[in-house]
Design a protein around this ligand. Structure first.
Ligand code: C2E
Ligand code: SIN
Ligand code: SIN
Ligand code: FE
Ligand code: FE
Length: 410
């Protein structure tokens, strides 16, 4: 257990650390991890307000996690609940008040809210004590709700949450809310960048890029854990990879609608024009102000390279479009990058992008059955795709499927 001074120090450090994380999904993960450790809670969930509802956005559960095979993650589905006084989270969002509940199965008679037992039933978990508090911005707007579940003593017995921890937790919640607000804004700006291009129906485009980003992060993490890369390094890379992956096709802004939206197969010339979206995208980040620019440029340029060297655009300078290698194919074109010559993030997003493209309806094709898609990915292991990334993809397939459900085409 932490003493008061340690707790304060932890909160100060947390403010700093949380401020550095820019991506919303990773931020929620970090906030919940830190908040749970702070009060020794076995589980917890975060709801984020969206369109006057609360979206169940992220959850952790240590007891359930320990029952999973090593390296597997807890699968959860997103759902929404109304903001009213009937549910615990709804009440907190509505009133902006904190609820410290000793036992959710023994609520006082005079409260309007009740605990929804379905949460426990589907997960075969027993919720008992709960601390639910609002994520409030400095303007006083509630942007979400954080629920901490089952505080534990040293012997892992469940106990109520300490009354004395509430002010510190509120302080923490305020920092977290600010960071969440900023991260939501960053993501909204990226999505707006993509929408401005009017690539397709705005909603569809947003869902595709969010999915490709989620799959990429899962593939990377599975691969990196297998390679023994430290969690700290992994977290840092996940953050930049997610944003870079969202922008993998941003170069399509420069491709004419006639080609982009053609409801049929492209001819040879159109394919050549289409290929430009790789280096045109990379150019947007050529100033390389940050790790993020570096990653975004890497992903845009390399997500259509192939492991066997037959991808595009190959060894060219994205600015001048001049070859940067003497290597030529039989047809005289500049060689594609091959194997590990292709930067890491490019090899990852290649798998994520094709998986999502094949799952989706396009102006020019129907979605494929999943079995056919998986067969195709397996078949292309070591040909189109890095074999290690295909292995990582299959390792994380169940998490990838649940990520897909979070971002449906509207
Ligand atoms: P996208 O639709 O996001 O597809 C990304 C990648 O997924 C494609 O890269 C390809 O590797 C894979 N893919 C998509 N659909 C199929 C398919 O039906 N069969 C197979 N085997 N693979 C598929 P690619 O081919 O370099 O295309 C890049 C982008 O060019 C596509 O992005 C899409 O925007 C456009 N595009 C490609 N082919 C066509 C087409 O025939 N008609 C139209 N209108 N656009 C196309
Ligand atoms: C609620 O009733 O607010 C949800 C309970 C839970 O998430 O465990
Ligand atoms: C979309 O299909 O929704 C976006 C463009 C693409 O990546 O294919
Ligand atoms: Fe692309
Ligand atoms: Fe794509």
């Amino acid at each position: 257990m932490l003493n008061e001074k340690q707790k304060l120090m932890q909160i100060i450090n947390l403010g700093l650390e949380v401020a550095q994380v820019k991506d919303i999904d990773l931020l929620l993960e970090r906030i919940l991890t830190e908040a749970r450790h702070f009060v020794n809670a076995d589980a917890g969930s975060i709801y984020i307000k969206e369109d006057h509802k609360l979206m169940f956005s992220y959850t952790q559960n240590e007891t359930l996690r320990q029952k999973l095979p090593a390296g597997r993650k807890l699968i959860y589905s997103t759902f929404s609940i109304p903001i009213n006084d009937k549910s615990i989270a709804g009440y907190v969002a509505l009133t902006g008040k904190t609820l410290n509940i000793e036992n959710v199965y023994k609520l006082p008679e005079d409260v309007s809210y009740s605990f929804d037992k379905r949460y426990d039933e589907v997960s075969e978990y027993r919720t008992q004590s709960m601390l639910a508090f609002p994520l409030k911005t400095h303007r006083g707007d509630v942007i979400g709700v954080l629920q901490l579940i089952n505080a534990q003593d040293k012997n892992k017995n469940i106990k109520p949450f300490n009354k004395e921890d509430e002010p510190l937790i509120m302080h923490f919640a305020n920092n977290a809310a600010m960071a969440v607000e900023r991260a939501l804004m960053t993501r909204a700006i990226i999505l707006r960048m993509i929408r401005m291009a009017e690539l397709r129906d705005p909603k569809e485009t947003g869902a595709h890029v969010n999915r490709v980003a989620s799959y990429s992060v899962e593939i990377y993490e599975a691969w990196a854990l297998k390679r023994g890369i430290s969690q700290k390094e992994i977290d840092k890379n996940k953050d930049v990879l997610r944003m870079a992956a969202m922008l993998h096709d941003v170069g399509k802004v420069a491709i004419s609608d006639v080609i982009l939206k053609k409801p049929a197969k492209l001819d040879m010339n159109e394919i050549e024009v289409m290929k430009q979206h790789t280096y045109l995208g990379a150019r947007l980040f050529s100033d390389k102000y940050s790790d993020f620019d570096e990653a975004a440029s890497q992903v845009a340029l390399n997500h259509h390279e192939r492991w066997d060297g037959n991808g595009y655009p190959g060894y060219i300078d994205p600015i001048t479009v001049q070859p940067i290698s003497d290597c030529r194919t039989e047809k005289g074109a500049v060689c594609g990058k091959k194997g590990e010559e292709i930067p890491l993030f490019g090899r990852i997003v290649a798998v994520a992008d094709v998986y999502d493209a094949l799952c989706s309806r396009r102006a020019y094709k129907e979605p494929w059955d999943e079995s056919r898609i998986l067969e195709n990915l397996h078949e292309e292991r070591g040909k189109q795709f890095d074999p290690e990334m295909i292995d990582a993809f299959f390792l994380s397939l169940d998490v990838i499927r649940s990520a897909a459900e979070r971002y449906p085409d509207k």
